[in-house]
Design a protein around this ligand. Sequence first.
Ligand code: FAD
Ligand code: SF4
Length: 492
Amino acid sequence: MLDRTLMPKREPSQRKTDFNEVALGYQATEAQAEAARCLNCRNAPCVQGCPVAVNIPHFITKIAAGDFETAAAIIKEQNSLPAICGRVCPQEEQCEGHCTLARLQKPIAIGALERFAADYVRKFAASPAATAATAANTAIAAASAPAPAPAPAPEKSCGSTGKSVAVVGSGPAGLTVAADLARRGHQVVVYEALHAPGGVLRYGIPQFRLLKEIVDAEVDYVKSLGVEFKTNVIIGQTFTLDELREHYDAVFIGTGAGLPYFLGIPGENLNGVYSANEFLTRVNLMKAYLFPEYDTPVIIGKKVTVVGAGNTAMDSARTALRLGAEQVTLVYRRTRAEMPARAEEIENAVEEGVILKLQTNPIELVGDNNGWVRSMTCIRTEQGAPDASGRCRPVDVPNSEHSIETDTVIVATGQGPNPLLTKSCSALSVNRKGCLIVDPQTGQTNLPGVFAGGDIVSGGATVIAAMGAGRRAAMAIHEMLTLPKAGVAAQS
Ligand code: FAD
Ligand code: SF4
C-alpha cells in the first residue's frame, strides 16, 4: 500500500520570522496520489466522524479522477466553509480518526484533500456559488453518507419565501445558518459587533494558519447567496433582541465565547500580562504586527510565557515568536498527551522552538517596582486520580515551587460566553456558566422564534461543531418559517 502523501510546509527557521502560511497545500499530483489510497469503504466510517456528514469517499473519488471542481461542490453541499475546515478542523479526532486506514497504516489525509479541493475552486473556478449549483445539478448520490441535517438544495435559492431572519454574530455558526437559510430562499441579515465578519476565524486564528483572504472568500460566498452583513452593530446595545424579534420572523444567536478566563492568581493585573483574546485580536484584527503602518501597538518582551495548551495557547506562542520574542515557553499543568490543541499545531510549535513546560502550574506573577511582570512562580504537578472528565487530575508536588523569568505573560486558559446580549435580555435562559440553554436537536431557546448555536451554547469548542449547530438550527428555523402561520409574531 502507498504511504500517506505528506503536505509540504515551510522550514521552521524561515516561517517563524513572518506571518505567511505555514502549510503549503498539495499540488494536483500529490492530491491525486493521496486520494488514490482511499478504499471507498462501503460503510464510510470517516463520514460518521464528520460533524456535518460530508460525503468524504465521494469527493475523494472525484479528486482521484482529477475532477476537482465536482469534488469541491460535493464538500460544499454539507460544508459552507471547506477551505477553513480543511485547515483548522481537528481531523485526527474526527474523520481521519475514524478512517479504516488509521487501523492499518496512516489514515487518508482528508483535511488536506478538503483544503486542496476548496483552494482549487477559489483559485481556478469561475464562482463558488456557481460551482455549488453545478454540483446540485449533477444529482450526487449520497448513499453511504448518514446526513443528519442535509444542506438545503441550492435550486431553492431563486425566489424569496417572504420570510426574514436576523443572525447575531458572523462566526462559523452564524455564517452556516445564514448560508443555509439564504439557499432556502429566506432573507437573511447578519449583525456583527466587530468591523469585519468571520468571528474567531478573523480575530483569533492567526494569518500563518488561516489566511484572511480565505476568510474573505468564504464570507463572499455567503454574500453571493444574497446574505446582507451589517458590521459594527452590537445586539444588546445598538439594538435589543426584542427589536430584532419585532422586525424579523426568526432570530439566530451565534455570539460565541469571547470572554477570556483568567488564572485568579496574585499579580495578574501587572503590566505585560495579556489575555490571549486581547493579544490575538490586536495582532490579527487590528494588524499590530504591522505597527507603525497600522496604529495598534503590541508590546512583546524577550521572554514570553504562555499559560494553557489549546489552539489559542499554540496560536499565542507562535505569534509571540513571530513578533520577535527570543524565548517562548508554554506552561501546562497536564501531560503532552492531554494537550487539547490540534496535533499538527503542537508539532509545528515545537519545530519552531516553543518550549513545552509540562506538568507545571503557575501560582503567582511577580513584578518590578514599575509594575511590570518579571517572573512567574510555578509548582510542579503529577497525575492524580481521574476526575469527572476521565482525565487524571493534576496534583501539586509538595516543595516543588520554582520561578521562571519572564517579561510577558499570555493567559490562554479558556473563554466563556460574552454576557452582553444575554444580560440585556433577562428572559433568555442561561446555565450557570452563562451559556444559552437550547434544545440540542433544533437550537431553539426558551423564547419563541429565537434559536442559538456554536460557542454561546457549548462554551469554547470547534469550528465544525459550531457549523453543525448552525446547520441544525437552520433546518429548524426553515421548518418553523414554512409551517402555516409560522413566525415569531404568530407564536408569541
Ligand atoms: P465566534 O467565532 O466566536 O463568532 C462570534 C461572533 O459574534 C464574533 O464575530 C463576535 O464579534 C460576534 N458577537 C458577539 N457578541 C455580539 C453581539 N452582542 N452583537 C453582534 N455580534 C456579536 N477551532 C477549531 O476547530 N480549530 C482550530 O484550530 C481552532 N483554533 C482556535 C484558535 C483560537 C485563538 C480561538 C479563540 C479559537 C479556536 N478554535 C478552533 C475554536 C473555534 O474558533 C470556535 O469554536 C468557533 O469560532 C465558534 O464559532 P461561533 O460562530 O460560535 O463563534
Ligand atoms: Fe476512504 Fe478512509 Fe473514508 Fe474508507 S474510511 S472511505 S479509506 S477516507
